[in-house]
Ligand binder design. Structure first.
Ligand code: SF4
Length: 215
């Protein structure tokens, strides 16, 4: 498959901007950088809605990074149980909180290298932090971005890291953060995994998938 034509990419981005606006928004509730980091760790294999239910109480009980660093692991496991993979997540959260205090003065670092040195933090989590907290151009490849970027003919790979690099080549930097926000919204409402509503989709004219489906 060839690279998508720049004109088609531009048109799709324009339509997404028109439909969903240009404001940054985050689906995971948080009041500061370390809360977002913990929320993203909890969101692995879990819905954002469930994470928001859990963090509502969690961030009241553990209202400082120090409280997470000194948490009893078994108790934290219970507190986050409903998000799944609670043992690994509790272990990673405690480790992250300790390292943030010991090595980063209690601040969440900004670079990919520093962020991915934290327990349980991969490129996706690091990019969520970079985009949402620091507004550094970064492309978050989640399940919606992975699925829909392939449908739109923007990427060929199914490996998230390769997809990130493929998208970097075709998306203008000022849309790296917005792209994820827009595609999540599209993926939850129109281009759903089970049954995409191509007939109602405002991108149908420019989506190769629509051609396949209507033939
Ligand atoms: S036309 Fe269909 S496949 Fe393409 S983005 Fe819209 S809903 Fe998804």
């Amino acid at each position: 498959m060839e690279k998508p034509q720049p004109e088609r990419v531009k048109k799709i981005l324009e339509l997404l901007d028109q439909e969903y606006g240009m404001e940054y928004r985050c689906y995971l509730n948080h009041e500061n950088a370390w809360q977002l980091l913990i929320a993203v760790i909890l969101s692995a294999q879990c819905t954002d809605a469930r994470v928001n239910i859990v963090t509502k109480d969690l961030f009241q009980k553990y209202d400082t990074l120090e409280k997470f660093a000194n948490a009893d692991q078994a108790e934290l496991e219970k507190d986050i149980h409903s998000t799944g993979f609670f043992r690994m997540k509790a272990k990673n959260i405690i480790s992250c909180a300790r390292v943030l205090i010991e090595r980063f003065n209690g601040e969440v670092p900004r670079t990919i290298e520093e962020l991915t040195s934290l327990a349980g933090v991969g490129r996706k989590t690091a990019n969520v932090i970079r985009g949402n907290i620091y507004h550094d151009p970064s492309i978050v490849v989640d399940t919606h971005v992975k699925r829909i970027s392939r449908k739109l003919g923007f990427v060929q790979s199914s490996d998230p890291e390769k997809i990130e690099y493929e998208l970097m080549e075709i998306l203008p930097k000022d849309h790296w953060i917005l792209y994820n926000i827009h595609i999540i919204t599209l993926g939850r409402t129109i281009c759903t995994a089970r049954k995409p509503k191509c007939k109602e989709c405002f991108l149908r004219e420019y989506c190769p998938q629509e051609e396949i489906l209507s033939n």
